[in-house]
Design a protein around this ligand. Structure first.
Ligand SMILES: Nc1ncnc2c1ncn2[C@@H]1O[C@H](COP(=O)(O)OP(=O)(O)O)[C@@H](O)[C@H]1O
Ligand SMILES: [Mg+2]
Length: 215
């Protein structure tokens, strides 16, 4: 079982998009998945309500309750928990990192966005947790942009995830329909990318996917 915190102080960096689609990728391979929405704007919860209770389940949580909700979910059999957080370094982000086995920091590969994640990186350093920047919503074919971004975040003392989530219209269309990209465009590039990211995340937390597939 593993808990993944999605953290970035920058609004619009792709936290909720990553949270719901990563959870959907987990659900698709049979992991018992829960999204904990700690953002008062409740975007992930909105997505959940558009789905009329179709899995993955989305619950909300005030920051002081995050740990309790994670423990409760694990006791009830959850194997993959994703915690979405608000766009500021408040207690929700800290509490989410505290309970996480892996922290992902979505960030657009642009100078302003990259500069802004320094504060997030400082917050995460207070906890001894594996953490990676995930580049989101950048141009799909621009290796130089990503190489520069990787070098820059290394300079902040953090590694980048080798899997990118470049700009794909499927994310916008899927979210608007209360769907994941896996449901919206099963054979699309966005789906292949999020599935690869999910497998990578499982490997990082020593979680074998096959062990968690429900037969
Ligand atoms: N990889 C992507 N490709 C295309 N659009 C994206 C991608 N990631 C995020 N977006 C879009 O960017 C906007 C902000 O994303 P969101 O996940 O709500 O960010 P946050 O939760 O960090 O505020 C949304 O409209 C979302 O659809
Ligand atoms: Mg959000």
């Amino acid at each position: 079982m593993s808990t993944i915190a999605i953290v970035s102080q920058k609004g619009g960096s792709g936290k909720t998009t990553l949270a719901v689609n990563l959870a959907a990728a987990a659900e698709a391979v049979g992991q018992i998945t829960l999204i904990i929405d700690t953002d008062a704007q409740a975007t992930a919860s909105q997505w959940g309500s558009w789905r009329n209770d179709r899995a993955p389940e989305v619950i909300d949580s005030a920051p002081p309750r995050i740990q309790h909700k994670v423990e409760q979910a694990i006791a009830q059999g959850a194997t993959f928990i994703v915690v979405d957080t608000p766009p500021h370094a408040d207690s929700a982000a800290s509490r989410a990192v505290e309970v996480a086995d892996l922290v992902l920091i979505p960030c657009r590969p642009s100078a302003f966005d990259l500069a802004a994640i320094r504060t997030t990186v400082k917050l995460i350093r207070l906890f001894d947790k594996p953490a990676f920047v995930v580049f989101t919503a950048g141009p799909p074919n621009a290796p130089k942009i990503y190489q520069d971004a990787i070098d820059l975040v290394r300079g902040f003392g953090i590694e980048a995830c080798p899997h990118l989530l470049p700009d794909r219209a499927a994310y916008r269309h899927a979210s608007a329909a209360g769907a994941s990209v896996l449901e919206f465009e099963p054979d699309g590039k966005a789906t292949a990318e999020i599935v690869a990211l999910h497998m990578w995340a499982c490997a990082h937390v020593n979680m074998s996917i096959s062990q968690h597939v429900e037969v």
